[in-house]
Design a protein. Structure first.
Length: 364
């Protein structure tokens, strides 16, 4: 009999192929499973949304897979908590001229927050998700490490998960590639085998966050439009509202300067959007705050790391200097393009996540 038969795992089942196969692999490994689908978004603001995360179709798919695997399945409504922590923060960040990573905060507060609490209530030993990441433990520290599929790797979004939460976590997909996962799902006859990958933020249908801002803040255009667009210390136009812009943006500026220009800075307090030529987007570094450490408890002296400043970033070498428990100064070996306040910065030691923080100040 498997030694895992005495261990109970709550599996987060979204109705997609990844979480479905994660559950199937754990079932094969002999674990006692409980499938849970989290309803985090009711689409009250966008009632026409009928597919994707949190939809009735997704819940049905997850339940169907659980039935196929002969495991219990429950759906819990975490909408209120999700709204209070993730969506309110998303709106607040944009209204402060920042560009947030809602999936990072969701992982901390929802998946490894309220879901982990629910797992403990149910007497589970672990929670498991379909994230493409590997979990390691070294010198009494838990940390995530790059998955076998570099194109699907999701370690960037996991940097805020706490040590305690990681100690109760399983990542069954860490050693697989996406094509392998689809083949496993097909061989098992899982309904979700050909489900398309999610390409959008779950609560932002059509991937248009501006629509959400306008629904949640009806007078946003009246309050913020006609602010100044500044180029080389001169007003060259008016913007539609600073939350509609992000660092590095070129399209939608509606300017005729005879050359490409890009958003280089957003001043929420003054309701101004600054633009520059492409060379002006390159900066020396930044200050990261709200730091969470993984592989090391603290960075000693200067530490060279590969630093990713957005989800699709392959990373650049930089020197890290930890100023206090919540602050790390980052200086790149070569100037880095489009460093964006509000985005996550994640620090890697080869494949291992050292920790991360939120970009708050740019160093010119």
């Amino acid at each position: 009999m498997s030694t895992n038969s005495n261990k109970t795992v709550v599996v987060a089942m979204s109705g997609g192929v990844d979480s479905s196969v994660a559950a199937a692999l754990l079932k094969e490994g002999g674990y006692n499973l409980i499938g849970i689908t989290m309803k985090t978004w009711g689409f009250d603001d966008f009632p026409t949304k009928d597919s994707g995360c949190c939809s009735l179709e997704a819940i049905y798919n997850a339940r169907n897979v659980a039935l196929n695997l002969d495991i219990p399945h429950y759906t819990f409504d975490f909408t209120e908590r999700f709204n209070e922590t993730v969506i309110d923060n998303f709106i607040s960040e944009y209204m402060n001229g920042q560009t947030p990573n809602p999936c990072v905060l969701c992982n901390k507060t929802i998946k490894w927050g309220v879901l982990l609490d629910k797992a403990k209530e149910l007497g589970a030993d672990y929670i498991a998700t379909g994230h493409y990441a590997r979990l390691k433990s070294e010198n009494g520290r838990y940390f995530v490490s790059n998955s076998s599929d570099s194109r699907k790797d999701q370690t960037y979004a996991l940097w805020r998960v706490s040590q305690e939460a990681l100690s109760k976590t399983l990542f069954p997909l860490g050693s697989y590639t996406k094509p392998e996962i689809r083949k496993i799902a097909e061989s098992m006859g899982l309904k979700t085998a050909n489900e398309p990958d999610s390409q959008e933020i779950c609560f932002v249908p059509n991937n248009n966050y501006r629509e959400l801002l306008e629904v949640r803040i009806p007078d946003i255009k009246e309050r913020l439009n006609r602010g100044e667009i500044i180029y080389k210390d001169k007003k060259v136009g008016e913007h539609k509202g600073f939350p509609y812009y992000t660092i590095g943006q070129r399209k939608g500026l509606n300017l005729a300067l005879g050359k490409p220009v890009y958003v280089s800075k957003i001043d929420a307090g003054e309701n101004k959007v600054y633009i520059d030529d492409e060379p002006g987007l390159y900066k020396k570094g930044f200050i990261a705050r709200e730091v969470n450490m993984m592989k090391f408890e603290r960075i000693q002296n200067l530490f060279k790391a590969n630093v990713k400043i957005r989800y699709k970033d392959t990373g650049s070498i930089a020197s890290l200097e930890q100023e206090d428990d919540n602050t790390i100064k980052v200086l790149f070996d070569e100037p880095k393009k489009s460093i964006t306040p509000g985005q996550s910065a994640v620090f890697y030691d080869n494949e291992d996540v050292i920790g991360g923080g939120v970009i708050r100040e740019i160093i010119d």
